[in-house]
Ligand binder design. Structure first.
Ligand SMILES: Cc1ncc(C[n+]2csc(CCOP(=O)(O)OP(=O)(O)O)c2C)c(N)n1
Ligand code: SF4
Ligand SMILES: [Mg+2]
Length: 292
């Protein structure tokens, strides 16, 4: 099945420190994004990648500062546009290991359209969303994943909108790998990220990553009290069962919800079609030369 078998190999042993850049994270003390960063360092170490073989791409937000803190290629893009940038990078450089990172606002508000089409397009990248259910960088407004009644500067009487369900949205959009992690469980999160990297297609990992500065409701304690590991009896190849689990909020499940048994990534498909049409292109090139 894998069309990126190379990405499943351990290239050579590295230390965690090799993946840390000289820039120290600028996040507030206690921010969940630290846990996610540690999980990413660990997953890169497990994979044994050379830093020059990895690129980290983000949008805009506190969480989107992530590429600065990883010793690898990085692209701090524009708000909500991480998926299109990653698509171009992966298609042009299929050997690069592409990680996309960012926040819930970046992914589901301004980037909502790209999220849906990214899921069905299935480019071979791993997308880690730091979901704190708020806009952190702009100092605390409601986001698409904020709950009804959530009080912020932009909703002083409580949010009136239903929250969006990231996993269910990904699953109905055609995603081939869908998981949920928690910044308070960085070991389990690193394992999910490794599984996502090994998956030959877009791997979505939505991570509860608390913002202690602006979100006093969805704290580390809140997620420790409300989350549970997905039951071992769940079949990860069953999309309908995954949607059912994703729709549950008591408990909120953590782990791998769904992985398609067959997945041909967009970049792989493009290369296959290019090879298949190589003769046709050569004929066209000759005709253009002849009549130019
Ligand atoms: C086109 C555009 N619109 C709005 C903004 C302002 N803005 C910057 S970050 C952000 C939301 C960040 O929230 P999220 O993606 O959840 O990241 P967090 O800071 O919570 O990690 C907004 C609205 C912007 N930078 N560019
Ligand atoms: S404002 Fe919130 S999301 Fe941003 S760095 Fe601080 S704790 Fe993290
Ligand atoms: Mg956010």
């Amino acid at each position: 099945m894998p069309d990126s078998a190379a990405s499943a190999t351990v290239e050579r042993p590295h230390t965690i420190d090799e993946y840390k850049s000289s820039a120290k994270p600028t996040w507030c003390p206690g921010c969940g994004d630290f846990g996610v960063l540690n999980a990413v360092y660990n997953s890169l170490k497990v994979k044994g990648y050379n830093t020059e073989d990895v690129v980290v791409i983000s949008g805009i937000g506190c969480s989107s500062r992530f590429p600065f803190f990883v010793s690898a290629y990085g692209f701090h893009g524009v708000h909500g546009r991480a998926i299109p940038i990653a698509t171009g990078v992966k298609v042009a450089n299929p050997d690069l290991k592409v990680l996309v990172v960012g926040g819930d606002g970046d992914a589901f508000a301004i980037g909502g359209g790209h999220f849906v089409h990214g899921m069905r397009r299935n480019v071979d990248v791993t997308y880690v969303i730091m979901d704190n259910e708020i806009y952190g960088l702009t100092k605390g407004q409601t986001s698409p994943t904020s709950n009804v009644g959530f009080i912020t500067k932009s909703s002083p009487k409580g949010s009136v909108d239903q929250p969006l369900n990231p996993l269910a949205l990904a699953l109905i959009s055609g995603a081939t790998f869908v998981a949920r992690g928690f910044a308070g469980k960085p070991k389990e999160l690193a394992d999910l990220i490794v599984q996502g990297i090994n998956h030959p297609g877009m791997a979505l990992i939505d991570v509860y990553s608390p913002c202690p500065t602006f979100n006093e409701v969805n704290t580390f304690k809140f997620f420790r009290d409300t989350t549970q590991t997905i039951p071992a009896t769940h079949s990860t190849s069953d999309r309908a069962a995954a949607i059912e689990l994703a729709l549950q909020d008591d408990p909120l499940y953590l782990g791998l919800f769904y992985q398609a048994t067959e997945s041909e990534s967009f970049d792989r498909r493009v290369r296959r079609l290019q090879t298949a049409n190589a003769d046709e292109s050569a004929v066209m090139d000759r005709l253009f030369e002849q009549f130019s």
